[in-house]
Design a binder for this molecule. Sequence first.
Ligand code: FCB
Length: 473
Amino acid sequence: MSLQSDNLGAETKPEAETIAFPPGFLWGAATAAFQIEGSTTADGRTESIWDAFCRKPGAVVNGDTGEPGADHYRRVGEDVELMRELGLGAYRFSIAWPRVRPDGGAPNARGVDFYDKLVDRLLAAGIAPWATLYHWGLPQALEEDGGWANRDTAYLFAEYAETILSKLGDRVTSWTTLNEPWCASMLGYGNGGHAPGRTEPAAAVAAAHHLLLGHGLAMDAIRRHAPGSLASITLNLFPTAPSDPDSAADIEAVRKVDGLQNRLFLDPVLRGSYPADVVADLAEFGLDELVQDGDLAIISAPLDLLGVNYYRGYQVTGTARDDAEPAGLDWPGARDVYFVTDPALPRTDSGWVVQPDGLTDMLLQVHREYPGIPLYITENGASYPDDVQDGGEVNDQDRVAFLDSHLRAAHAAIGAGVDLRGYFYWSLLDNFEWAEGYAKRFGIVHVDYRTQVRTPKRSARWYAEVINRNGIG
Ligand code: FCB
């Protein structure tokens, strides 16, 4: 089957300009272990916080769980073949800590073996393996000892990194320590919408610091075991705009949200300090007291690149009004902040605004404020309902339009001087979308969870064509 045969791009936007990406631009797709693997008790794997969270009534839409999901653990050969047919240059996947060190304890060779073989399969298919060490699957046993709110977890994370790096460090092209520490800390421990489902703002702040400490400690393992590979962290960054650019209260609301969402993570990693205004906003939760001598030097170990996940931007106001939601527990310390929802804007099936220019803005913001670090978009994508038509086709024109507009936005950032070197679509396969269960489909490949049949959607064929041309034309 060739996925690169027809020129779907021209059909999508007949009037739009042809664009070419710089030579060597990396094209990929991303997934994460808990979202696709299934086989949650195979080969010595023990529970993660997401297995436990799925059992809490009402925590996950439809009570769906990670089992069997897209069944990738058993269908890995077929899935790598799909990637090869798409022409992917790289595949971003994550490693499940509870497979590699069940319960956060001793190493488990059978768990490591799955990733060992995955990496070899990818290399044999000519696809660069991009591995993420932590995409939210903390062993549940460690949560019972306090989870990320406990500083010891950072050191246990480094031991886990050591185990996996000592086996795969010779073959993985790029290592990412953490995926989206904002979600892992603020959604997991602050608003409780993600595992482990705690609603304790002080624990959320502690989790953020300990995740970053774990990142820095794991960087050391990467440098020792994988000196030739690229090392990074992935952050989910949100461009934040004032509802009224002339309102001092709205501009102050932007400062707070940009601080808690973006700068709380960017600054310690790329500048070696927490931003003073954010430390002040978080004073009642004790960020300052958590930081021990030497932590920030560990956290700011030099990176080879920064991974940026982009889905949408925020519009905020400092004044309560009917069309704005007050900031919740995801932004501890954000007093007098309200998120504006504009009903006129187009949205995905997740209810997220479609805002491609926000991607250009965010990349430019990082480029301006943190110069010199190469950037990769490690996630960008959209959920749409994706009906399977007669004949098995999924004609996801909405996703093609989303991809087209966001790739043009990425290209515009490059044109404005941003050192952007690659793009990973989220996601290769339809999968378990966290608290939304299997209700939201982000894949360019449709998965029938009952039969496990994979069907490349129209967007997969469109993306394959982009990869083939290194552009849109
Ligand atoms: C990101 C997550 C990823 C996926 C997308 C839609 O926040 O990193 O696992 O769920 O959102």
